[in-house]
Design a protein around this ligand. Structure first.
Ligand SMILES: Cc1cc2nc3c(=O)[nH]c(=O)nc-3n(C[C@H](O)[C@H](O)[C@H](O)COP(=O)(O)OP(=O)(O)OC[C@H]3O[C@@H](n4cnc5c(N)ncnc54)[C@H](O)[C@@H]3O)c2cc1C
Length: 502
């Protein structure tokens, strides 16, 4: 599905909200790109560039109700072949023009926003499945393919990728790779970085980088993992080879209620510790259990755990036996809860009305070791509720591993109608969440990435040497610094030192 906007822009003249120097694109470059790619591939008119001025970053959703977009490109270039990516990157590098890769624009951290203007590269025309290798269970596909189209075509051929982000209809393969995405069935199938075995990408210098290709290798550091999570700042991903699975022949579901969130977390830990990997293992705190499931189970004090597995029936049976044993002290709940979750799991249709009612809302996912999680939960909820204007702070455990898990927090506030006060509430809430994560040794993102929104916390998260290493990689792969300015907390030749959206 092509870009779907999170909310309509308020009527009237549109203004840009971010405060950053803007780079224009010289007429000569527009003409040259039109000559290279065809006249229709380069868009400069206002209606054509406007949709590229925003993504699903929640503060920009609020700004849309005020008739503002974060930033606008001077031109949008649409590519349909990898060689065209090389052409565009080389021209931009030579002319020193910022180039921001844009795909589904479902990112929630402002990653695809053209902060410094320049050119937006729309890669959604790279949408082919190139090859399926049944013997080794691999698929090779172009990066701009949308998730729902990709999975549907694989299913027609008898396979599944097993990657089910809530945004599957809104996001692309390249966006998943760029942000280290996680799907709802990740405990069985892994995150995107567990699925990708090879990549083709175009560096900021316009060179084609091919990585990986075998199940494992010991030929230096893993260059595939270097590109994964680079959020369009090091290279433009043009294609990827990923592990696939035969369509599952078995499925089972079960639901439990725990007296405390910490008890539920410990059950998840024990399930993983015994080697069971049920595809879905989602534990909701009491607030979220009420919000999502009270229609089925009535008012509840339970922390609801939904477990769903699929695959070979023997493995599914064994997995569910471990789950039942480890949840023996919890209350068994109506299995219909799992069906209800499955049906409604991707429904975000309430968002526009909530925002129009004056609510500022965001979701922030962090990941930490098991031992730290109960304290991260308590501390982060308390810190979020202490922000002026806060209405709600809640969480669920969405992805579990042998050594820890991802907690997915939702915060919402109604700080008043003044746009500056709304911005201040958002800023303070995000900072409260990031600081709470760092206090407990958690990572500041598990699968949304850093984008623009969380850039200010990257140096602290990686440490000085880690951050300097990332900057060094950037200068090697993108020597002119054209790719995606203002993201991942990286310095940019187009922005003042220390620039941040705040
Ligand atoms: C309702 C909703 C639910 C969501 N649920 C999930 C979820 O369950 N799991 C999850 O992981 N995420 C989720 N997200 C976040 C978002 O969908 C992911 O971050 C997704 O990976 C972004 O993909 P995209 O194609 O929309 O990328 P975009 O938003 O267009 O871009 C995101 C970043 O990736 C870069 N990029 C995109 N394509 C390429 C490429 N080919 N080469 C290099 N860089 C590139 C961009 O420059 C940008 O920095 C959700 C978002 C929404 C709105």
């Amino acid at each position: 599905m092509p870009y779907r906007e999170p909310i309509e822009l308020a009527d009237g003249a549109v203004t840009t909200r971010l405060d950053a120097p803007q780079v224009d694109v010289p007429e000569g470059l527009v003409d040259a790109l039109r000559a290279d790619l065809g006249a229709g591939a380069v868009v400069t008119d206002e209606a054509g560039i406007l949709p590229y001025g925003r993504d699903w970053w929640p503060l920009a959703v609020v700004w849309a109700t005020q008739g503002k977009v974060p930033s606008l490109p001077a031109a949008v270039v649409r590519v349909t072949a990898p060689e065209q990516v090389v052409t565009v990157v080389r021209r931009c590098a030579e002319a020193r023009i910022p180039l921001t890769v844009s795909a589904g624009r479902s990112g929630v951290c402002g990653g695809a926003l053209p902060v410094a203007g320049g050119i937006v590269l729309d890669v959604t025309g790279l949408d082919a499945i190139l090859d399926i290798d049944d013997t080794s269970l691999l698929v090779r596909a172009q990066a701009g393919i949308f998730g729902d189209v990709f999975e549907a075509r694989l299913r027609e051929a008898g396979y599944t990728l097993g990657h089910w982000p809530q945004s599957i209809e809104l996001s692309t393969l390249g966006g998943w790779i760029a942000c280290r995405s996680a799907g709802q069935y990740s405990t069985r199938y892994g995150k995107i970085e567990d699925m990708v075995v090879a990549l083709e990408a175009v560096t900021g210098a316009g060179d084609v980088l091919r990585t990986g290709g075998t199940p494992r290798a010991a030929v230096g550091p893993d260059l595939t993992q270097l590109v994964l999570g680079s959020e369009g700042t090091l290279a433009v991903v043009t294609e990827a080879t990923l592990r696939i699975h035969p369509l599952p022949s078995g499925e089972a579901r079960t639901v439990f209620g725990f007296a405390t969130f910490a008890d539920g977390l410990d059950a998840c830990r024990r399930i993983l510790r015994r080697g069971a990997t049920p595809a879905v293992l989602r534990l909701y705190d009491v607030f979220e259990s009420q919000r999502h499931f009270s229609k089925i189970i009535g008012e509840t004090d339970d922390n609801v755990l939904i477990v769903l597995d699929e695959g070979d029936p023997d493995l599914v049976d064994a997995t569910m036996a471990v789950v039942r044993a480890e949840c023996a002290d919890a209350a068994p709940l109506d299995e219909a809860v799992a069906g209800h979750w499955l049906e409604r799991r991707n429904d975000v249709s309430a968002l526009p009305e909530v925002v129009k009612a004056g609510v500022v809302v965001d979701t922030v996912e962090i990941v930490a070791r098991w031992g730290a999680l109960p304290a991260v939960y308590e501390d982060a909820v308390a810190a979020l509720m202490a922000v002026d204007g806060a209405l709600v702070a809640s969480a669920h455990c969405s992805h579990s591993y042998l050594d820890g898990a991802c907690l997915y927090f939702t915060f919402a506030g109604q700080p008043g109608d003044d746009p500056a006060v709304k911005d201040a509430y958002y800023r303070a809430s995000l900072a409260a969440k990031m600081d709470a994560a760092l206090r407990h040794g958690a990572a500041i993102s598990h699968h949304h990435g850093v984008g623009m929104a969380r850039g200010a916390w990257v140096r602290q998260a990686l440490g000085d040497t880690g951050f300097a290493t990332l900057c060094g990689l950037k200068s090697v792969l993108d020597p002119a610094g054209i790719l995606n300015p203002g993201k991942l907390g990286l310095p940019s030749p187009f922005l003042p030192e220390g620039w941040a959206w705040t």
